[in-house]
Design a protein around this ligand. Structure first.
Ligand code: SF4
Length: 170
């Protein structure tokens, strides 16, 4: 269990570190604002798991609609102008897990902020960027440390890992 928590923590940390570079290279979708009815959202009881990639994750909700399953990730706080890259990658990993678990590719996932929802299209380009990121993470797992991927103090200032990170710029 401790290993799993540690792995998920490292996963989140690396998502954050790598997201800026990945987004620039991959042209990640910025998301489109949508209106949702939260009444149809179902809580996810257990984490989803895809063994070939050793990938696990638990979306906050799943929305079932005419045979399609859409993952929802809930983020506290007001919505940024467009979702953070780390949130997009996290949601993309849930889209992948949903596809592998339920056998049908979700066309998009939803990031739910306090005041706004974004639909993020699960495009082949986003999936490719995710796979490249996961491959890079596997390589980084055997390293003792991973270098910061940006020089933006503002990102560190709003980073939840700032107090733990030895590469923070603030
Ligand atoms: S504090 Fe800065 S360098 Fe460290 S994880 Fe956060 S964004 Fe990256």
């Amino acid at each position: 269990m401790l290993f799993l928590i540690l792995f998920l923590f490292i996963l989140a940390l690396i998502f954050f570190w790598q997201s800026g570079v990945q987004r620039r290279e991959a042209g990640l979708p910025g998301g489109r604002v949508i209106y949702t009815d939260t009444g149809g959202w179902g809580v996810v009881e257990r984490p989803l798991y895809y063994s070939p990639l050793k990938l696990t994750g638990k979306p906050d909700y799943l929305v079932r609609n005419h045979g399609t399953v859409i993952p929802v990730e809930v983020k506290s706080g007001r919505a940024p102008d467009s979702p953070y890259d780390s949130h997009i990658f996290q949601l993309a990993s849930y889209c992948l897990l949903v596809e592998k678990t339920y056998g049908k590719r979700p066309p998009y996932g939803i990031i739910h902020y306090n005041d706004r929802d974004f639909a993020i299209d699960y495009t082949p380009e986003l999936e490719t960027a995710l796979m490249e990121l996961l491959a890079e993470m596997r390589r980084d797992e055997i390293k003792n440390s991973v270098d910061r991927s940006h020089d933006q103090a503002s990102r560190c200032a709003r980073c939840g890992f700032r107090d733990l990170c030895d590469q923070s710029l603030v």
